[in-house]
Design a protein around this ligand. Structure first.
Ligand SMILES: [Zn+2]
Length: 185
């Protein structure tokens, strides 16, 4: 069976330097790394995110909860956070909030972010870097589909997306070292 070629036009993000970010945003990204650590220590996968308002106040935090939810494959941190946030905030309010995330959201989470009407996203890690660690591990065979490509297919005003932030990647990836078991190709 042949695959049709799908082409989507989107603007790729540029690598952001820490000095380009306000100090509060760097603090929030470091808190995200801690949330990932807490998720891992609780027996889940080392992913996490938080939701903040325009002043940098943390409104919600969420780690990966797949194992905590008995293998729920939708238990990615971002999807779970959007599920919770969309029950608390209106779509208008969501547009003014920011998600700080450990990595580029997958297609499922990008979908939840889109449907929940989040207006702004800041993330640390590149999907390509994560893939070096997870490989094809069945627990997390990462999808190489940029979130910007997903959002580019939507009908809403452009979201503000900031990332990746490579200077924080090493710290984040420490949590993934030896955690995944890709097959030898
Ligand atoms: Zn996801």
């Amino acid at each position: 069976m042949s695959k049709e070629t799908l082409s989507i036009t989107y603007e790729a993000g540029h690598e952001v330097k820490l000095e380009e970010l306000p100090e509060r945003e760097v603090q929030l990204l470091r808190r995200v790394i801690e949330i990932c650590r807490e998720a891992k220590e609780a027996g889940n996968y080392p992913f996490g995110c938080l939701l903040a308002d325009k002043d940098g106040n943390i409104l919600m935090e969420q780690g990966n909860c797949e194992n905590e939810h008995k293998g729920d494959c939708t238990g990615h941190a971002e999807t779970e956070l959007m599920r919770r946030a969309s029950q608390k905030y209106t779509k208008e309010e969501m547009w003014d909030l920011t998600m700080y995330n450990c990595g580029e959201p997958c297609a499922m989470c990008s979908g939840a972010i889109y449907w929940g009407n989040l207006g702004r996203l800041v993330y640390i890690g590149r999907e390509s870097t994560l893939k070096e660690y997870t490989g094809d591990d069945i627990r997390n065979p990462t999808l190489a589909l940029p979130c910007r490509a997903v959002f580019a297919c939507g009908q809403k005003p452009e979201m503000e997306i900031i990332g990746p932030v490579p200077e924080l990647e090493d710290e984040l990836m420490e949590l993934h070292k030896g955690f995944w078991h890709p097959s030898e190709n």
